[in-house]
Design a protein around this ligand. Sequence first.
Ligand code: PLP
Length: 401
Amino acid sequence: MSPAPETLASRGGTPVRPTFLPFTRPSIGPREKQLVMETLDSGWITTGPRTEELARRIAALVGARHALAVDSATGALHLALAALGVGPGDEVVTSAYTFVACVNVIEHVGARPVLADVEPDTLCVDPAALERALTPRTKAVMPVDYGGQPCEYDAILELARGRGVAVVEDAAHALGASWRGRPVGSLSDITAFSFYATKNLTTGEGGAAITDDDELAARMSLLSLHGMNRDAWKRYTDTGSWYYEVTAPGFKYNLSDVLAAIGLAQLERFDEMQRLRHERAAQYDALLAGVPEARRPAVRPGAVHAWHLYPIALELERLTCDRARFIQELRAENIGTSVHFIPIHFHPHFRGTLGLREGDFPVAEDAYRRAITLPLFPDMTPRDVEDVVAAVRKVATHYRR
Ligand SMILES: Cc1ncc(COP(=O)(O)O)c(C=O)c1O
């Protein structure tokens, strides 16, 4: 094992806070526990009435006709591409600065992922780069609402409609966001939300696929459970029948009622949890205005941000340390952080399959070198935010050029 790095705190200094503040923590209260216990006692613990109710409520929340609750956003994105008939010979354009799930599912359906660079301020996919990446083989585009901020959907939807290309929106971060008054979930042909442990609404593991299109909804539902035309809930209840038919080779992406119960409790508090995220983000904005080494996240006019993440960009030109060192120092100050994201073409697998190299997506690469995601979660206190900013200021002051 290599020795622990020397930090300001380890060189005889006192960390800004005595206990560790994680980068995120789910907000789980008595209601989540109550609904989970009720589900466990109900005799039905896999996909059933609670999963259906969660889906109905998510659809209502985002103003869409259909929501299918599934086991992850990854599952939702995979189902979306499969339901659209994307396959070998097709291309799907997504962001160079995203989580690998986007690119993996494009490969899983046998299509070719094509990457587009991002906007320097929002780190959402740049519509002009997206347009340059389109070819006659493009079957779909997969914009990513980075950190919880919707992309520039006026341009993206116009571009896609003009070319007859489907829009599969990766809104893993963006439940609660909206673009020009329209909720995320009502903008694109299919939208994928994540209910993973870190997300704004969590079921531990989970997600949803949203669409207004009846046929796509039916197809995603069929493919989400082996391609069976009747799920267990419809077969095992007193009015059900044992018979089913498989009409397509589906996957197994269903959500369990135990997890859906957590989501139902979270939905009751969702507005309040979002209010707290907005408050903490605004507090960061105000306090970080006095730390010129840390660039704050930009919000596009017309967007309501979901504030899943609060990513800062280090002004490296003003510092004598790099991002890795800055993170080590924050860790020694008892501040947890993360990095969103490692550019897709920095992963060996995608370099190999896509034939890409460093230099291909300069905006994503520059963002990555500067990126630190600060803690943001509803149960954080204003004092926690003050601690984070005090630590950022302390480290920035020490390494000021
Ligand atoms: C941008 C993005 N897309 C997709 C996913 C996948 O979500 P899930 O874990 O629900 O499959 C994530 C996960 O964090 C993500 O950050």
